[in-house]
Design a protein around this ligand. Sequence first.
Ligand code: FES
Ligand code: FES
Length: 160
Amino acid sequence: MARILQLSLNGRARSDAVSDNVLLLDYLREIVGLTGTKTGCDGGECGACTVLIDDQPRLSCLTLAAMAEGHRVDTIESLTTDGQLSAVQRGFHEKLGAQCGYCTPGFIMASAGLLRRNSRPSEDEIRDALGSNICRCTGYVKIIEAVKHASALCAAGLSP
Ligand code: FES
Ligand code: FES
């Protein structure tokens, strides 16, 4: 079965014909052409495919596109405003939170979701929020520093 999927994607209303069994990850990458959301394990283990649905982190490899009907979906492509990096993007850039970068969109979206809900998280809250994301390069220390820096940037007025 196919349906007309209606949702808000990165701040814009969209209507797309999709099959009921299409994953949100495949909808974003292959139908819409937003390739910033990465395919990693394809099985709910790595977090590379994390997007926000109504500001909550969701693994798009385990989410049917149809489940986004009527909801607000944000991907990594939504964060930059008028060429300016968001607080989380700046945090990862300035604190060297990325190496190969493959995991980075997922970490950034999970972090953005956290800071939208709680702009001054403790280190434990940061670690908890990123517990579904795996990085094979950084050792995580720089990633935690990046999110703390992003939190400070939010306090200075940047959006997550
Ligand atoms: S690709 Fe979705 S959790 Fe790994
Ligand atoms: S920066 Fe390479 S996997 Fe995280």
